[in-house]
Design a protein around this ligand. Sequence first.
Ligand SMILES: CSCCC(=O)C(=O)COP(=O)(O)O
Ligand SMILES: [Zn+2]
Length: 265
Amino acid sequence: MAPPSDAPAQPAGDASDNTNDHLVQSDNPEHPANLIPSLCAKFWTLGWVTGTGGGASIRDDDLVYIAPSGVQKELMKPADIYVLSLAAQAKSLDRRSRMYLRSPARYKPSQCTPLFLAAFTKRNASCCIHTHSHWAVLVTLILETQGPGNDREFRINNIEQIKGFGRGFDRPGNLGYHDTLRIPVIENTAHEEDLTEFLEEAMERYPDAYAVLVRRHGVYVWGETVHKAKTQCESLDYLFQLAVEMKRLDLPWITKIEPVKPTRA
Ligand SMILES: CSCCC(=O)C(=O)COP(=O)(O)O
Ligand SMILES: [Zn+2]
């Protein structure tokens, strides 16, 4: 059956209408133009990029690789990827207009683009992942029930998976078991791009955070490398799911546990 005429076309991997195609052509599976589609296909199986929502972007030095908007992210091809230069973008007087080095004609770039750029420019991240995970959304809903003043930060401690997080931008090492992981929550907006100023403001308030939750929407997670962004996103999703189950069992997310001293025989 033919799709309705107003349905967004699915990526077909046809780059014939583009210039600078060499920017997305590589046999290396680690090339960002190959990695974004393969990561998004994995994220779809986790429920992170369902129904065109969510996505991922990768920065390689000055070049930023971006998925198309409104497409099923698990089906896109390297030829569907947009590429822009951070240096060229920085010179642009109009913050909202973007000069793409490669721009597939049939789509628009992801609405998440300015949020991904914030992670790259303000945190020197190399990868930013945006999920619509149920667990992320549920955590923001649970926090909402705790009322104004207590609903703008997710906090958890004394859980082993917290060690999956770096200590912060430009700070060596990872969090420890007894450390408290803090993730700011911002309110959702009618359009994804309008989240940018609130995400940037949360980054200012939480200089060491690697993620920002968006109420009733999902989460943005970044890292200094693709590997670290993915590890942190997985760790966070694990912690969000655990937190939802803990809440169901009436268990607190923050506990006071004294460090156990190792005994020597
Ligand atoms: C049903 S998804 C609505 C937009 C959104 O929240 C999102 O993450 C995807 O935006 P994109 O422009 O990348 O399709
Ligand atoms: Zn989204």
